[in-house]
Design a protein around this ligand. Structure first.
Ligand code: SF4
Length: 173
């Protein structure tokens, strides 16, 4: 039997207790719809960068184009370098993938709606988390979406189609 396309999923969406407060964010949609069709690989950039669980929460702060991941309660905590180092090291694994589903609004995994704060704690814009920025910069064609988007059946089917097409392209290349 041909192997199924492999996708990576933010580990917390699989129900793993990897969030800063030791909880998960189980996604029924991923575990019912996507797990049937694809081989799923879990990734948690914050844990795999060595930040531990539980850990102080961080948020994106500063220049929206190049934000830092600083502590919410203590802005002297800067985990930017650790997250970027892990993200760069993970790119080799991404070569084997045909898609990625990420956790929305996360300073690491968010795709489009992660808030970026100014130094006074006000939201100034929104964008992708640090891990996602590295991933999408290196693999701009790789199908990537988040759990909010794929909860919608139409968008989920579009994502599934993109993954299948990408996997076909990888086999043929
Ligand atoms: S959003 Fe990403 S970094 Fe945060 S707990 Fe989930 S997998 Fe880990």
């Amino acid at each position: 039997m041909a192997s199924r396309p492999r996708i990576a999923v933010s580990s917390c969406l699989l129900g793993n207790p990897v969030r800063y407060d030791g909880t998960g964010r189980f996604s029924e949609t991923i575990c019912t719809h996507l797990a049937r069709q694809f081989e799923i690989v879990a990734v948690c950039p914050e844990v795999e960068a060595g930040l531990g669980t539980p850990r102080p929460p961080v948020r994106l702060t500063g220049n929206p184009r190049h934000p830092l991941a600083l502590g919410v309660e203590d802005a002297s905590l800067d985990v930017t370098a650790a997250l970027l180092r892990f993200s760069d090291s993970w790119l080799a694994q991404a070569k084997t993938l045909s898609g990625v589903v990420l956790k929305s609004r996360s300073p690491s995994c968010g795709l489009r709606d992660t808030p970026v704060f100014d130094r006074h704690g006000a939201v100034q814009s929104s964008g992708a988390g640090l891990f996602t920025r590295v991933l999408t910069r290196h693999y701009p064609q790789l199908p990537v979406d988040d759990e909010v988007s794929i909860a919608d059946a139409k968008r989920r089917n579009a994502f599934i189609n993109r993954v299948e097409q990408y996997a076909l392209g990888r086999c043929g290349s």
